[in-house]
Design a binder for this molecule. Structure first.
Ligand SMILES: [Zn+2]
Length: 339
């Protein structure tokens, strides 16, 4: 079966400025790889996210400002151009399309730009304007269903965490490089109010690779998802935890990232009976991004794809720093860890 890939040519029109790492070339490299593999049969989102859908996670005043503000920088590395709001609304619309088309036996892969997981309720940051995955999650909870978000990006999904900080019906799980941008995501950040315990952060030391990520998946993420029993699992799929990425010091191989997605796919299909929706976030090495997305699309299509960067590297190692990280996570989430 063809993989369910959501993409719109409009995602290629968004340009921060020439030379910026969050470039259209990221998606072009992924598209070329999927074409090469015979897996490029994209579904195109027909419409942008509506203001009503966006207001479920963003402040109305912020949305009005994005629509009306003159072009210029919103933060040090995130620019507003004349069409940025329209492009970002199409990316959020793509997240909604992936959600509505995904089925338990057919996960969806949204190749979206601009990315979204740093976008806060009332502010753009870190190349993100609208929080695509949060918009999709809010559409699930609006139906009275529980949703889980697994953020595998190199960077902490601070915007997503903030949006659902007090929500008991949205489980937010994040692996990210400790100390990297934006500096949030400590294991002691667990949510508040009714949402206390529904945020679970796994900050990983530089050098963490396939073995460490697999331990985090098997010992923390999968059991926590099983206990929470969400109706849908959404994934913030960055490829920047890859060892080749220029913005980070984590060390996943392509096979490592594909393996994490495989674990989530199996859990969703076999135990949770929940659709899996993968939404692209960051990832700045063009070849590594294309390699990972090729492998993931192959996995979803039930085809074996040869990966270029599949040698596992793991300086932190399962036995060393992982034990310390796992202890810290367990301190704040006693039921979560079943090592
Ligand atoms: Zn990132």
């Amino acid at each position: 079966m063809d993989p369910l890939v959501v993409f719109d040519p409009i995602y290629l029109q968004h340009v921060q400025h020439p030379g910026h790492p969050e470039s259209p070339q990221r998606l072009e490299a992924m598209r070329s790889r999927l074409e090469e593999l015979g897996l490029w049969v994209p579904t195109t989102p027909s419409e942008p996210a509506s203001l009503q859908q966006l207001e479920m996670v963003h402040d109305r005043r912020y949305l009005s400002a994005l629509a009306a503000r003159p072009a210029g920088p919103l933060d040090g590395d995130t620019y507003l151009h004349a069409h940025t709001f329209a492009h970002a609304r199409m990316a959020a619309g793509g997240a909604l399309r992936a959600l509505s088309d995904a089925r338990v036996d057919r996960p969806a892969l949204g190749l979206l730009r601009p990315p979204g997981h740093h976008a806060r309720p009332g502010a753009a940051m870190g190349f993100c304007y609208l929080n695509n995955i949060a918009v999709a999650a809010a559409a699930v909870t609006a139906q009275g269903r529980r949703v889980a978000i697994v953020d595998l990006d190199l960077h902490h999904g601070n915007g997503t965490q903030e949006i659902f900080w007090e929500r008991p019906d949205v489980l937010f799980l994040s692996t990210h490089e400790e100390g990297n941008y934006p500096g949030t995501g400590g294991s002691d950040e667990v949510g508040a109010g009714d949402g206390q315990g529904a945020t679970l952060n796994i900050p990983l030391p530089a050098g963490s690779g396939d073995g460490t990520f697999a331990a985090a998946m098997d010992q923390v993420i999968l059991p926590t998802l099983t206990d929470f029993a969400p109706a849908v699992v959404l994934v913030s799929l960055g490829t920047d935890a890859h060892g080749r990425d220029p913005l980070g010091r984590l060390a996943l191989s392509s096979a490592g990232l594909v393996g994490l997605v495989r674990s989530l796919h199996e859990l969703c299909a076999q135990r949770l009976e929940a659709p899996l929706v993968l939404l692209l976030e960051g990832g700045y090495d063009l070849q590594a991004g294309a390699d990972c997305i090729g492998g993931i699309a192959g996995l979803l299509a039930g085809e074996r794809v040869q990966l270029r960067f599949s040698t596992p590297t793991d300086r932190a190692c399962v036995g060393g720093d992982w034990v310390r990280t796992a202890r810290q996570v367990a301190e704040h989430h006693r039921p979560a860890l079943r090592a």
